[in-house]
Design a protein around this ligand. Structure first.
Ligand code: SF4
Length: 219
């Protein structure tokens, strides 16, 4: 693992590469963002945005999602994976919002995580993007690049990755860093084909070095 100082230097390089990184899920309010993040599990943001354009015109409130039969909601979101489960969670979440939170998205981690389909990552994204609260959500991209770069251990779970990043990165940068790490993973250090040959972190990246050595052996 690299030192905290080195880890922050790496995060700084990534920040320079993607200074304008931001949430790519299209939404107009905290409720829409929560639905979009819930829908985005194991699906790309592009697919979710295609889906939510007509979805958010049809369903604007928790009551709207509860006013239709589950099969109709399933049909409206069937273009994305796990749609049956997601439809069930959207209706459960909508019911909880009406029962416990006056129909609004709550503003604390614990309350958010009490909602169906909302785990720590989703709660962090909503806290950060919708309410501007410092949070550093760890998704598949953030986890992968943190481990490849040696900021975290390969065996760390997502909570350990989050804790380590929060220790390394100053609190006032958590929200921006979250998006910058996602952009780095989505557009540069891709899961299958990372762009190691043009990566400014290549010299100090254990994964990049490993891949380079393996390519020399193959040659
Ligand atoms: S060197 Fe390769 S694996 Fe390492 S961060 Fe850069 S693109 Fe990712």
């Amino acid at each position: 693992m690299v030192s905290n100082k080195k880890a922050l230097e790496m995060v700084d390089v990534i920040a320079e590469m993607f200074p304008n990184a931001e949430c790519e899920l299209v939404h107009d309010n905290a409720f829409e963002l929560t639905i979009a993040v819930l829908l985005s599990a194991q699906t790309t943001d592009i697919s979710v945005n295609k889906l939510t354009k007509p979805l958010f015109e049809k369903y604007k409130t928790p009551e709207d999602y509860l006013s239709v039969d589950i099969s109709e909601l399933e049909n409206d979101i069937r273009t994305i994976g796990l749609y049956r489960n997601k439809a069930k969670n959207i209706q459960k979440l909508s019911q909880s919002l009406l029962d416990k939170f006056d129909g609004k998205i709550p503003r604390t981690h614990n309350e958010l995580e009490s909602l169906a389909g909302v785990g720590r990552k989703t709660a962090n994204v909503v806290m950060s993007v919708a309410f501007g609260e410092p949070s550093l959500a760890v998704d598949t991209h953030v986890e992968r690049i943190s481990k490849r770069l040696g900021i975290c251990r390969w065996k760390d779970n997502v909570r350990q990755v989050e804790d380590k990043l929060c220790k390394v990165v100053p609190r006032e940068r958590w929200n921006k860093t979250h998006h910058q790490l996602i952009f780095f993973g989505r557009y540069h250090c891709l899961a299958r084909k990372p762009k190691c040959d043009v990566c400014p972190l290549f010299e100090e990246c254990r994964e990049g070095q490993k891949r380079y050595k393996a390519s020399l052996k193959e040659a």
